[in-house]
Design a protein around this ligand. Structure first.
Ligand code: F3S
Ligand code: ZN
Length: 197
């Protein structure tokens, strides 16, 4: 499918390379580009990228919310490894947040109202909203801040309209490998980020 549109500032966007839902093989096809820490000092989830322009860049509510803020829609990648949300596909529907029985997800902007790229290496306390309709606006994203609490019920996976959520307990392997090799300075510098495998 080839979709084309004019984005913010009339920048020409070519959507011909879009692969729509989250890439099921993202730990193999992508690299660790960030480490989102939990302020408990113990837990964290990785951010995988590079991202790509996808559903969020086409969604009218999302585009309008970004325009209102004066923020650009930029590739963000996916937060989480065992519970992964592709933030380029997430359109802030919130069905995942509502479906989760153990509150793995929070609306990240309800804790830190900053551009999404700025939380790739942030520390969050998990004090954000876990209520579907409490998204800050349609630039918000479901963040798996309590990925470590997942009980693998898979409820969040099927309810997401753009299929932005991937849950796979066996991806713990990639989380652990990334934990051993992740170099924070590389993620912030000009050097390419390390491979997770
Ligand atoms: Fe986003 Fe899908 Fe959840 S659009 S908020 S990941 S249901
Ligand atoms: Zn995150």
């Amino acid at each position: 499918m080839v979709l084309r549109a004019y984005g913010l500032n009339n920048m020409y966007l070519d959507y011909s390379q879009i692969s729509m839902p989250i890439d099921p093989d993202f730990p193999r096809n992508q690299q660790v580009i960030g480490k989102h820490m939990h302020s408990d000092g113990e837990h964290y989830h990785f951010v995988w990228g590079p991202g790509k322009l996808a559903e969020a860049a086409e969604n009218e509510e999302v585009k309008s919310a970004y325009a209102t803020r004066g923020e650009e829609i930029t590739p963000l990648g996916s937060h989480g490894t065992m519970v992964a949300v592709d933030w380029d596909s997430c359109v802030a529907d919130g069905a995942c947040i509502e479906a989760c029985p153990v509150q793995v997800f929070q609306w990240y902007r309800t804790e830190q109202d900053v551009p999404a790229k700025d939380v790739a290496n942030a520390t969050s306390a998990g004090t954000g909203s876990t209520v579907k309709e409490e998204r800050k606006d349609y630039t918000d994203k479901a963040d798996p801040i309590r990925e470590h609490d997942c009980i693998w019920c898979m409820a969040c996976v099927s309810v997401c309209p753009p299929q932005a959520v991937k849950v796979d307990q066996s991806n713990l392997e990639f989380h652990e490998k990334a934990s051993g090799t992740f170099n924070e300075s590389l993620s912030k510098g000009s050097a390419p980020p390390p491979h997770a495998h």
